[in-house]
Design a protein around this ligand. Structure first.
Ligand SMILES: NC(=O)c1ccc[n+]([C@@H]2O[C@H](COP(=O)([O-])OP(=O)(O)OC[C@H]3O[C@@H](n4cnc5c(N)ncnc54)[C@H](OP(=O)(O)O)[C@@H]3O)[C@@H](O)[C@H]2O)c1
Length: 285
């Protein structure tokens, strides 16, 4: 039996992986503490290391660059060095925000990167150093717009707002491909099992705007709610709804390589969202 350790087990993706594979050991340390990281590797001598720990606050990081690079770039680099010394395989998650969004069609693993903000820059730096240190011993999974029952995400924010705000404004000029964390966890485990290496895009692969996504969240959740306050969801442009970090206009990740390797079609964003919303209301989380 392979020894697998996981960092970031309390997050959306980490929780779903741990739920599906209980023999993975969840390690709860500050990953930016190099001494603690070293001790973990010495103690467990893992065969596989899965890193779900990250600073994911895209806007916050514009003001917290040092923290962002420390957690998102330096920590995975150190993990890769330790994996190299222990001969362990390393699984690192990355993001669609490594792209600038100008391509206009789904991004392939081979497309040029050009991140617009601190988050994308910090995650890209990790990709580069991990691949440089580990080569074929690294699996990097780029995913996008992750949502699941555990933790904070757009779906939970919307469900709260449906119960408190009459009019909601949601951007309709940012197109992405949402990813249900439960499916992402399953695919991650499949890729590990197949011994996949290098860069992989793992998302629903189908485009939707945040505005259309929010309307579907409403359709799926409204009849579960005791009180629905929202009367209107309005589409707005990114200029009308400014945020601290600049985001790509189109960051859909192509699922072609994933389909080739796993021979499975990704779950559609609609199906993934339904599974999430059903679980949310069934579980009363
Ligand atoms: N969420 C998305 O939409 C999205 C999109 C693309 C890519 N990704 C990538 O997918 C991966 C998983 O994301 P997620 O959605 O599961 O993120 P998440 O829900 O924000 O969870 C992040 C995890 O990292 C932990 N963490 C943060 N700083 C840490 C530190 N210094 N030391 C140890 N743990 C730390 C958090 O623990 P605490 O809660 O205790 O701080 C939490 O367990 C990340 O690599 C992320 O960049 C996410």
């Amino acid at each position: 039996m392979k020894k697998i350790i996981l960092f970031g087990g309390s997050g959306q993706v980490g929780s779903e992986i741990l739920k599906r594979f209980s023999s993975i050991r969840s390690i709860e340390i500050d990953v930016s503490d190099e001494e603690k990281l070293k001790k973990v590797f010495e103690e467990y001598q893992p065969d596989i290391v899965v890193n779900c720990a990250a600073h994911t606050g895209v806007d916050k990081q514009e003001d917290e660059q040092e923290l962002a690079f420390s957690v998102n770039s330096e920590a995975p680099k150190k993990m890769a060095e330790l994996c190299s010394q222990c001969n362990s395989k390393f699984v690192q998650f990355s993001t669609d925000y490594v792209f600038d969004g100008e391509k206009g069609t789904p991004y392939l693993e081979t497309d040029l990167t050009n991140p617009l903000g601190v988050y994308g820059k910090s995650k890209l730096k990790a990709e580069e150093s991990v691949l440089e240190i580990l080569g074929e011993k690294a699996l990097i999974i780029r995913t996008s717009s992750v949502h699941g029952v555990y933790g904070h995400n757009f779906v939970h924010t919307m469900i709260k707002l449906f119960q408190s705000k009459e009019v909601l404004k949601v951007v309709d000029d940012q197109i992405m491909s949402p990813t249900w964390a439960g499916w992402l966890a399953e695919v991650t485990l499949k890729l590990i099992d197949k011994g996949a290496a290098g860069l992989f895009h793992v998302s629903s692969g189908t485009p939707v705007s945040w505005y259309d996504f929010s309307k579907e969240i409403f359709n799926l959740s409204a009849n579960h709610l005791e009180t629905v306050v929202t009367k209107e969801i309005l589409p707005v442009t990114s200029e009308e709804y400014p945020s601290k970090a600049k985001r790509p206009k189109f960051s859909v990740l192509s699922a072609n390589k994933l389909i080739e390797v796993t021979h499975e079609k990704p779950i559609s964003w609609q199906e993934g969202l339904k599974k999430h919303v059903d679980e949310y209301f069934e579980g009363g989380i």
